[in-house]
Design a protein around this ligand. Structure first.
Ligand code: COI
Length: 361
């Protein structure tokens, strides 16, 4: 079912103000945004408008009680200039899971996908062509009741904007194992992409950064023994030729779409993959015996971020030279091929948007 989306085009484009050769992450915004409103139990008023500030009442409930969820996905251009969005159906499904956990309304998958398609058709010229850049798509939903009491909001806004972005990390990352701060507990909201999970990580990260680390390697909250996530990414270790990543079954880990892609592609490449707990003890032992061959974080923003150092109890554990990381390098190359439309066998992983009918603003 196609939805009616009203379009109010920007009077002029800001694209010439952007240096596409020096893109940072998340600092430049394309010309348009998509907005939908939720009230009386249904979504309506679908529109694309010029990217602009939005006014909210100070009592808007998302500001106070944090009913706020988001997604992140990326688009690239193929050789023919079509825009390819990587696995957007997965983001639509995950957004629904997050919405459900946060007491927020479901959003039809078809609307999520159509909104991205229409928005990108309009702003197709904002999709970078450089191999290391992409268009980052940020859908999010917030509660908009103007009410100070605590309850599930009755009004919401679903918004999508896009940003041309360069690399999230410019170098391999150093991560510190936090024993003091915990990201998520069973029964909590670790699996939801809700704003509060990210807010709660910032104060602990301050201390890790002071010690020269880029991110925290989170431990489980019960035993403080097992790796969970690495900053805002899922974490992978290659130990004894097996690619290992923590399992999702406790509900404390975000089901990353890059995580799923890494697992699928690794298996297809004949690499043995295990979704199982990895303890700090196992890591230290394997490190001592030089059995760790690769380690990386996987997420939409960073794609695959090699981990150079794991810090634990003020000791730095160096991991193998980046040049020797054949597994993560091969998986990343494969993923790039798929994203660029160079892998016909995985064409189902990209939503192709024909941008030829696009009329620049
Ligand atoms: C992602 O990797 O997609 C993230 O969630 C990072 C984002 C918070 C910038």
């Amino acid at each position: 079912m196609r939805h009616e989306i009203k379009v109010n085009k920007a009077k002029s484009s800001r694209i010439n103000e952007v240096d596409f050769n020096n893109l940072a992450f998340g600092k430049e915004f394309s010309d348009h945004m998509f907005i939908a409103d939720y009230s009386n139990g249904e979504w309506s008023n679908y529109r694309i408008e010029p990217m602009a500030n939005i006014a909210f009442h100070p009592a808007t409930s998302a500001f106070h009680y944090g009913q706020a969820i988001f997604e992140g996905l990326k688009a690239q251009k193929d050789k023919d200039g079509n825009v390819l969005v990587f696995r957007p159906d997965m983001n639509a499904k995950r957004m629904d899971i997050s919405a459900n956990r946060m007491g927020m309304p479901s959003l039809p998958e078809g609307l999520f996908l159509q909104a991205i398609e229409e928005l990108i058709k309009l702003d197709a010229s904002w999709v970078p062509t450089d191999a290391n850049s992409s268009l980052y798509i940020r859908p999010f939903m917030i509660a908009t009741d103007e009410y100070v009491g605590i309850r599930e909001s009755e009004h919401y806004k679903f918004i999508i904007f896009t940003c041309p972005v360069g690399a999230y990390y410019s170098a391999p990352v150093n991560v510190y194992v936090s024993e003091e701060y915990i990201r998520a507990f069973p029964g909590g909201v670790g699996f939801a992409k809700c704003a509060g999970n990210y807010a709660a990580s910032l104060y602990p990260l301050r201390f890790a950064k002071q010690e020269g680390y880029d991110q925290i390697l989170w431990l489980d909250g019960i035993e403080k023994k097992y790796f969970q996530e690495c900053g805002t990414m899922n974490v992978f270790f290659m130990i004894d030729n097996v690619l290992v990543t923590p399992p999702l079954d406790e509900g404390t880990i975000l089901a990353g779409i890059t995580r799923d892609s890494v697992i699928t592609l690794a298996k297809e490449m004949g690499i043995k993959v295990e979704e199982r707990n990895i303890s700090v003890e196992e890591f230290l032992q394997a490190h001592k015996e030089n059995r760790i061959q690769d380690a990386f974080g996987a997420g939409t923003a960073a794609t695959i971020a090699p981990i150079k150092i794991v810090g634990y109890r003020h000791t730095k554990y160096e991991l193998p030279d980046i040049e020797t990381r054949t597994v993560s390098t091969a998986i990343k190359a494969k993923m790039n091929q798929i994203k660029n439309g160079d892998d016909a066998q995985k064409s189902a992983w990209v939503m192709k948007i024909d941008a030829s009918e696009h009329v620049p603003v």
